[in-house]
Ligand binder design. Structure first.
Ligand code: BGC
Length: 736
C-alpha cells in the first residue's frame, strides 16, 4: 500500500473510532455538569429557545435531534390529573388514566405525620411515573391567610413551620421516583380574587417569617427540582418573572438549582421572563390570529419574541444558556435518569396510603359526653343527613380535579361498616350543588332533586327523630365560590341554609354528630348545641372508609388542625383589618406577621377551635418539661423533653407541639411560634419521653432593617402543648 493510502486509511479508522465513541452527555459515568455543558454546546439557539416553552397544554419539547426527551407535566397535588387533549383543556378520553385520589393537602397537614407525608409523596410519585409524567405540579404551600381563599384545601395551613415540615418529605417521596415535584405557587398567592393582577404589599418580616419558609423547606430540605411561579404580583412584578423572588431569594440566597416553571398563563412580558428567573413557560393565552388559537406556542413570550431579541442583538444568550442548563439538569434527574423506577397505578398500597392519611387527618373537634365513637352495640338506627354524604368530591375544584379509579362515598362507607348491625336511613336535608361533571370528567351521579327546602328539612327531621344517632355530613363542596380554584368564598357561613338545618336537627336529636367536609374553616353558630364535631376535609378515594373507621372507633382520631377556626370572620386578622381581598388590584397585608394563631394569641382573641387542636378517644397526660441546659449560646443547641402518657383505655396518638416564646425583643413578635412537633403512638397505659432539639434558628426573627435573621439574647420559653392554646408544660431558658 502506498504511503498516502496508508495515511488515509489510518485517518478513516480514527474518525470511525471517534464516531463509535458515544458523546460525553450519554456517558452515565461523567459528571452531570459536564454532560450538561456537552449537550449545550451541541445545541442551536433555536433548539435552546424551543425548550423554554410549552408544545401542548402539559408538555414541552426536549431536544429531539439529540435524544433529550420531552417533558410531561401533570397536576397535582392530590392525584394524577386525567389526560387532556393536546391543545385543549377537554378530556382526551383515555380509559387508562384513572388514579387513586389522595386526601387534599389540608388533610395531610392535619396528620402532623412526616412519615405519612413521605409515603403520600412516594405513592403519588409512583402514579405519576406510571402515567409517564416527569413533573408533578405540587405540593402547594401557600399560607392560609383567610378562610375565604378558594384554594386553601390544596395547601398545608397557616403555619410556615408545619407546612414546610410536611412539604419536604412529600417532595422527597415524589422525587424518589425520578419525578420532579414542582412546589407552588411561589409566592404570596393567598387569594383567588383578582389572582392574575393583584399586587401583594407585604413587609419583609412577614415575607420571610410567614410566606417563604415553607417554600424554603421544600427547596432546601425536600430538595425540590422545580418550583412554580405565582399568578399574583409582588413589588409590581408577576410571580412568574419576579426578580426579587426568583433571582434574589430563590436562586441566589437559597441556592435553588432546579427549574422555575410558570403557572399556566402566568407569563406577561418577554424581557422580564428572560431576565427575572423564569425557565419554562406554560399556558400562555396567546394572541395568535384568534387569541388562544391552537398551536400558537411559537408566540409565547419565551418563544419567537425571545429569538427575535437575540437575533437583533438586543439581548445576549447568557440567560438562555442558564435556563437550558436548568432544564437539562431537570432532564438528568427525570427523563434521562436510567435508574428511575417504573411506578405503579391504582395499587392496593396506594389505596392503603390514601386511607391512612384520610383516617389520621380527620380531626375530632368536639366530643361532649363522649358521644363518639358510636356504640353500635347500643344502637338500632342511625340517620345520616346531608348532601356531602352522597356527593363525589374528587371531581371539581379546579386544576386539582381528578378522575378517580373509585371513590368511597361517606354514606357507602358507613353502610359497608355498620349496615349489617344497625339500620341506616338517609335524608339529604338540602340540595346544594347537583353538578355532575368538571372539565369533561363526569361523576355519573344524578343529584338533581326538585323537592322544596321545607320538604327536605322535614324529611331530615323525621329521620333524626327516630334515630339513636344523627350523623350530619355537610360543609362546602368543590363548586365555584366554595373550595374551588379561580374564585374565593363569598361568605364565612355554610352555604345552602345548612346552619338552619343543623340547628333543626339538634332540636330533634341530642345525639347529633356534624362532619364537615371542607378545606376551610366555617362559621358554626350551632356549635354549642351539637355534641360532636369532626373536621372531615376532602378525603379522596377512601373517604367513606376513613370516616366510618373514625366514627365507629376502629381508628382513634389523631388529626390536629393546621389552621385556626375563628368564631367570626372578623376575628381573622386580614378581615379584622379590612384587607381582604384588597382594592384597586392592591392587597396590603397589614397584619404583617400576625397570621392565624399568631394573631389570635397575641391579640387575645379566642378562636372557636385553635391551631393544633384535635381530640382523641383516649386521654394523654403530660409530665414537666425539662431543658438539658439553662442557657445556650448562639452556636449551641438546646433539648427539651417531656413525658407523655396515654392514661385512657384505648391506644392512640398524640401530636406534641413545641412553641417558642420570646419574652422581650427589640421588634414586636407573636405571642409564640411553632418550632417543633412530634407525633407519638401510645398503647393504653404506655408512656414515652419525647425530646425536641432546637438551635438558634428557632429563636430568631427577621430584622427588616438589616435584612438578616437575628437571634436576640434574652429569656425564652419552651411552651409545650396539645394545641396552640392548650399548654401542658413550659420551661424557660436563656440565649446568651
Ligand atoms: C393552577 C396551577 C396548576 C396549573 C395547571 C393553574 O391554573 O394555578 O396550580 O398547576 O393551572 O393546571
Amino acid at each position: 500500500m502506498k504511503k498516502s493510502a496508508l495515511l488515509v486509511f489510518a485517518l478513516c479508522s480514527l474518525a470511525s473510532l471517534a464516531l463509535a465513541q458515544p458523546p460525553l452527555y450519554l456517558d452515565p459515568a461523567a459528571p452531570v455538569d459536564a454532560r450538561i455543558e456537552d449537550i449545550l454546546q451541541r445545541m442551536t439557539t433555536e433548539e435552546k429557545v424551543a425548550m423554554l416553552h410549552a408544545q401542548s397544554k402539559f408538555s414541552s419539547p426536549g431536544v429531539p435531534r439529540l435524544g433529550v426527551p420531552e417533558y410531561w407535566m401533570t397536576d397535582g397535588p392530590h392525584g394524577v390529573r386525567p389526560e387532556v387533549l393536546w391543545d385543549e383543556w377537554e378530556q382526551a378520553g383515555w380509559t387508562s388514566d384513572s388514579c387513586i385520589a389522595f386526601p387534599a393537602l389540608t388533610c395531610l397537614a392535619a396528620t402532623w405525620n412526616r412519615e405519612l407525608a413521605l409515603r403520600y409523596g412516594k405513592a403519588i410519585g409512583e402514579e405519576a411515573r406510571y402515567r409517564k409524567k416527569d413533573v408533578l405540579l405540587g405540593p402547594g404551600v401557600n399560607i392560609y391567610r383567610t378562610p375565604l381563599n378558594g384554594r386553601n384545601f390544596e395547601y398545608m395551613g397557616e403555619d410556615p413551620f408545619l407546612a414546610g415540615a410536611m412539604a419536604a418529605p412529600y417532595v422527597a417521596g415524589v422525587q424518589q421516583n425520578g419525578v420532579a415535584a414542582c412546589v407552588k405557587h411561589f409566592a404570596l398567592n393567598n387569594q383567588e380574587t383578582d389572582r392574575h393582577r393583584v399586587n401583594v404589599d407585604v413587609d419583609d418580616r412577614a415575607l420571610h417569617e410567614i410566606y417563604l419558609p415553607a417554600f424554603k423547606a421544600a427547596v432546601q430540605q425536600g430538595g425540590a427540582w422545580a418550583i412554580m411561579g405565582s399568578y399574583n404580583r409582588y413589588k409590581g412584578q408577576h410571580g412568574c418573572h419576579n426578580r426579587y423572588l426568583l433571582n434574589d431569594i430563590l436562586k441566589r440566597d437559597w441556592g435553588f438549582d432546579g427549574a422555575v416553571v410558570s403557572d399556566w398563563g402566568g407569563v406577561h412580558q418577554t424581557e422580564e421572563a428572560i431576565f427575572n428567573g423564569l425557565d419554562l413557560e406554560f399556558g400562555t393565552w396567546t394572541d395568535g390570529l384568534s387569541e388562544g388559537q391552537s398551536s400558537a406556542y411559537n408566540r409565547y413570550f419565551l418563544a419567537d419574541p425571545y429569538l427575535e431579541l437575540i437575533r437583533s442583538g438586543k439581548v445576549g444568550t447568557k440567560e438562555l444558556d442558564e435556563k437550558v442548563r436548568r432544564l437539562l439538569r431537570l432532564a438528568f434527574r427525570t427523563t434521562m435518569n436510567p435508574a428511575r423506577p417504573l411506578g405503579s397505578l391504582g395499587s392496593p398500597e396506594h389505596s392503603a396510603t390514601a386511607r391512612q392519611v384520610a383516617a389520621e387527618g380527620v380531626v375530632l373537634l368536639q366530643n361532649h359526653r363522649g358521644l363518639l365513637p358510636i356504640d353500635l352495640a347500643n344502637a338500632n338506627k342511625i340517620a345520616v343527613v346531608g348532601e356531602n354524604a352522597i356527593k363525589m368530591m374528587t371531581v371539581g375544584g379546579g386544576s386539582s380535579s381528578l378522575k378517580a379509579k373509585y371513590e368511597i362515598l361517606p354514606l357507602d362507607g358507613l353502610r359497608k361498616r355498620a349496615g349489617g348491625q344497625v339500620e341506616i336511613v338517609y335524608a339529604r336535608g338540602y340540595v346544594g350543588d347537583a353538578g355532575d361533571s368538571y372539565n369533561g370528567v363526569t361523576t355519573g351521579q344524578r343529584l338533581a332533586d326538585d323537592r322544596s327546602a321545607a320538604e327536605l328539612v322535614a324529611e331530615a327531621c323525621d329521620a333524626a327523630r327516630g334515630a339513636d344517632y344523627v350523623i350530619y355530613i355537610g360543609g362546602l363542596n368543590k363548586s365555584e365560590h366554595q373550595d374551588c380554584e379561580g374564585a374565593d368564598r363569598l361568605s364565612f357561613d355554610l352555604p345552602y341554609e345548612q346552619n338552619r338545618l343543623i340547628a333543626e336537627l339538634a332540636r330533634h336529636n341530642p345525639n347529633l354528630i356534624v362532619v364537615l367536609v371542607s378545606g376551610n374553616a366555617v362559621a358554626m353558630p350551632w356549635a354549642d348545641d351539637v355534641p360532636a364535631i369532626l373536621q372531615g376535609w376532602y378525603l379522596g378515594s377512601e373517604a367513606g372508609h376513613a370516616l366510618a373507621a373514625v366514627l365507629f372507633g376502629d381508628v382513634n382520631p389523631s388529626g390536629k388542625l393546621p389552621f385556626t377556626f375563628p368564631v367570626r370572620l372578623e376575628d381573622n386578622a386580614a378581615h379584622a383589618l379590612g384587607d381582604f381581598p384588597g382594592q384597586d388590584e392592591q392587597a396590603t397585608y397589614r397584619e404583617s406577621i400576625l397570621v392565624g394563631y399568631r394573631w389570635h394569641d397575641t391579640r387575645r382573641i379566642a378562636p372557636r377551635f385553635p391551631f393544633g387542636h384535635g381530640l382523641s378517644y383516649t386521654e394523654f397526660t403530660y409530665g414537666n418539661a425539662i431543658a438539658d441546659k439553662k442557657s445556650m449560646t448562639a452556636d449551641e443547641t438546646i433539648t427539651f423533653s417531656v413525658a407523655v402518657k396515654n392514661t385512657g383505655l384505648r391506644d392512640g396518638a398524640e401530636t406534641v407541639q413545641l412553641y417558642i416564646r420570646d419574652r422581650q425583643s427589640s421588634l414586636p413578635r407573636p405571642d409564640k411560634e411553632l418550632k417543633g412537633f412530634e407525633k407519638v403512638f401510645l398503647k393504653a397505659g404506655e408512656e414515652r419521653t419525647l425530646s425536641f432539639t432546637v438551635d438558634r434558628t428557632a429563636l430568631q426573627y427577621y430584622d427588616d432593617t438589616q435584612g438578616t435573621w437575628v437571634a436576640e439574647p434574652g429569656t425564652f420559653d419552651a411552651w409545650i402543648g396539645a394545641s396552640s392554646t392548650d399548654r401542658k408544660a413550659q420551661v424557660p431558658f436563656e440565649l446568651k
